[in-house]
Design a protein around this ligand. Structure first.
Ligand SMILES: *Cc1c(COP(=O)(O)O)cnc(C)c1O
Length: 340
C-alpha cells in the first residue's frame, strides 16, 4: 500500500529530508547482529568512537528509481556493495556481504516507498549507506565495534531544464595522496575538499578539478565526480590513476560508449595541457549522472570544449542511454538492474 506524502516533486533539490525508516546494524565481538529498521534518525555513540577522531568512516551513494510500470529499480547495487567492501578493507573495518547489503537496501526502499519520486519527475530516492567505528577507544587503532546504516531521502533531478554545461577550475590543492586513500570512499577525503570547493565557488566555478598528486600534470577528479572526454576522433577517454575513486557511473558510461554507441574507449592519462584533444567533456557520478563541462580554467588559460551553453551530442546520447536504463525505459545490460 502506498501512502502519500506532501512533497513538491518537481522542485526537489539535494537536501536532507528525514524519511520514516533507516537500517541499523551493529558489529560486536566479531560479527554483525541481525539488523533492524529504526524510526530514530539520531545516532548515539561513544565519545571514544574512532569515526570522530581518526576518520574510521566509509560511505556509499546510490539511487532507487520509480519506473513507468510502477516498479522500483536499483542500479548496480552490487557494485556499491563491493566498493564499500574495498573501502572498509582500506580502513581495517569489517565488511558487509553483498547479499546482506542489497537486502538492507531493499528493506529501506520498501519502508520508505512513499518517498520515491514518481516516474517522469526526474527525481529518485537517494540512498546513503555508511559505516563508522564506534565504542570506547582512544589509541590510534581499529575500533572493536562498528555501526552500519542506510538512510534515504527523495532528491530532485540535478538539471531541472535539461543538461546544462558548467565551468570548472583546476585547484592547487590535492584531493588525495599518491598512495593514500583516494580510491576509497572514506570520509577523510571529503573534509579536505571543502576549502578547494569553496574557493572554486567564490570564483564562480562549479567545483575544483584535482590533478594527480605526484606530478600535477594530469586530471584526476572533478569535485566528487570522475572526468571523461570525447576526442576529436570519437574515443571515450577517462583518466587512469590509483588515487581516483572508481565511479560506477563512469564504468557504466564507458561500457555503453563501447557497446551501444560504438566508440573506442580508453582509460589512460589525461594531461591538463592537452585539453584540445577533446571535443566534449563531462563529470560523472550518481548525483548528476553527467555534468557537461563547458570550460576548464587552468592557471591563466580558459579552455572551452563543445560550448559553454550547450551540451555536445555524444554527452547527450550517453546521458539519455544511462538514465533510460535507470528508469527502466531502455533495456539494461545483464545484471545492471535489481528490482526492489
Ligand atoms: C562517489 C564519487 C564519485 C562518483 O562515483 P559513482 O559511483 O559514479 O557515484 C566520483 N568521485 C568521487 C571522489 C566520489 O566520492
Amino acid at each position: 500500500m502506498m501512502n502519500t506524502v506532501d512533497i513538491d516533486w518537481k522542485n526537489l533539490g539535494f537536501n536532507y529530508i528525514k524519511t520514516d525508516q533507516r537500517y541499523i546494524s551493529y558489529w560486536k565481538a566479531g560479527s554483525w547482529d541481525e539488523g533492524t529498521l529504526s524510526e530514530d534518525n539520531q545516532v548515539h555513540i561513544s565519545e571514544g568512537s574512532t569515526a570522530l577522531h581518526y576518520g574510521q568512516t566509509v560511505f556509499e551513494g546510490m539511487k532507487a528509481y520509480r519506473t513507468k510500470d510502477g516498479s522500483i529499480n536499483l542500479f548496480r547495487a552490487d557494485q556499491n556493495a563491493e566498493r564499500m567492501q574495498r573501502s572498509c578493507r582500506r580502513l581495517m573495518m569489517p565488511t558487509i556481504p553483498t547479499d546482506v547489503f542489497i537486502e538492507a537496501v531493499r528493506k529501506v526502499v520498501k519502508a520508505n516507498e512513499k518517498y520515491i519520486p514518481p516516474y517522469g519527475t526526474g527525481g529518485s530516492l537517494y540512498l546513503r549507506p555508511y559505516m563508522i567505528g564506534i565504542g570506547d577507544n582512544i589509541g590510534v587503532k581499529p575500533a572493536e565495534e562498528y555501526l552500519f546504516s542506510i538512510f534515504c531521502m527523495p532528491v530532485g533531478a540535478y538539471f531541472k531544464g535539461g543538461l546544462t554545461p558548467s565551468n570548472f577550475v583546476v585547484s592547487d590543492y590535492d584531493r588525495a595522496a599518491g598512495n593514500g586513500t583516494g580510491a576509497a570512499k572514506v570520509g577523510g577525503n571529503y573534509g579536505g575538499s571543502l576549502l578547494p570547493g569553496a574557493e572554486a565557488h567564490k570564483r564562480n566555478f562549479s567545483d575544483a578539478i584535482y590533478l594527480d598528486p605526484t606530478t600535477h600534470t594530469k586530471i584526476e577528479e572533478v569535485g566528487a565526480a570522475n572526468f571523461f572526454g570525447i576526442t576529436e576522433d570519437n574515443k571515450f577517454v577517462t583518466p587512469l590513476s590509483p588515487s581516483i575513486l572508481p565511479s560506477i557511473t563512469k564504468y557504466s558510461l564507458l561500457y555503453l560508449a563501447s557497446e551501444r554507441l560504438g566508440l573506442d574507449v580508453v582509460e589512460r592519462e589525461v594531461f591538463i595541457d592537452r585539453l584540445d584533444e577533446f571535443k566534449e567533456a563531462g563529470a560523472c557520478g550518481t548525483a548528476a549522472v553527467i555534468s557537461p563541462i563547458g570550460g576548464i580554467q587552468y592557471k591563466e588559460e580558459f579552455h572551452v570544449f563543445y560550448s559553454e551553453t550547450e551540451t555536445g551530442p555524444v554527452t547527450k546520447k550517453l546521458y539519455d542511454e544511462l538514465t533510460g536504463i535507470q528508469y527502466g525505459d531502455i533495456e539494461a545490460p545483464e545484471g545492471w538492474i535489481i528490482k526492489v
